[in-house]
Design a protein around this ligand. Sequence first.
Ligand code: SAH
Length: 250
Amino acid sequence: MIHFVGAGPGAADLITLRGAALLEKADCVIYAGSLVNPALLKRCKPSCKIYNSAQMTLEQVIARMEETEQAGGDTVRLHTGDPSLYGAIAEQMSALDARGISYDVTPGVSSFCAAAAALPAEYTLPGVSQTLILTRLAGRTPSPEDFSRLAGMGVSMAVFLSAGMLERLQEELLRGGTYTMDTPAALVYKASWPEEKRVCCTVGTLAKAGAEAGISSTALVLVGDFLSKSGERSLLYHPGFSTLFREAQP
Ligand code: SAH
């Protein structure tokens, strides 16, 4: 059996209990070496075969999985954050489907959650934004979406894989026509790792702030008025609002 597992954003204790148990039982672990914390591999049993997928092709990854299957073993494919976001798991699942090999997925704490925790901030602030866009700028990997149209929605945004293109990111955010130079923005580098950095700035100072902090990779760019933390009070905990679990007070 193949288990796709979310490793969490970095800190070794932010993997789920289920993910940790699967790592402890695995006969083969293929981990995304560019971002997965190697400390997690200390959970593996001594006989476990460990491969770094940063140096492998899809074909090589599938070949290691097939080998382990044929020997009757379990493989953990360890992806950073949550595997469903920029994890390239769909192509692995298709290859496994074609070979009749079964698999399951254990979710992980995504870096966009760890970045909000690091600041700390709430993406869905009443009266400010009830929507979060998770996206990336097109780079060497193209994107089918028009980034500036997404930015034009003016909602909360978490931008992955774009910290090396901050000048262009800043331009595209402004091109959307809704965010202004003064809209709050933040860069969170290696959220939950010991070397984590948090930089608060505005859309207009994003590129300068990134350059000054020396951030050009492994960071999320967060954008939106949610960062100013000045939303309205929630109805959920308002004394005058009834819910399924609580009657409104007069
Ligand atoms: N599946 C991952 C995302 C992988 S794409 C997840 O759910 O988080 C890799 C990108 O994710 C990086 O370029 C960066 O933008 C972001 N990222 C991953 N780990 C991060 C961390 N600890 N702190 C900030 N950004 C991170």
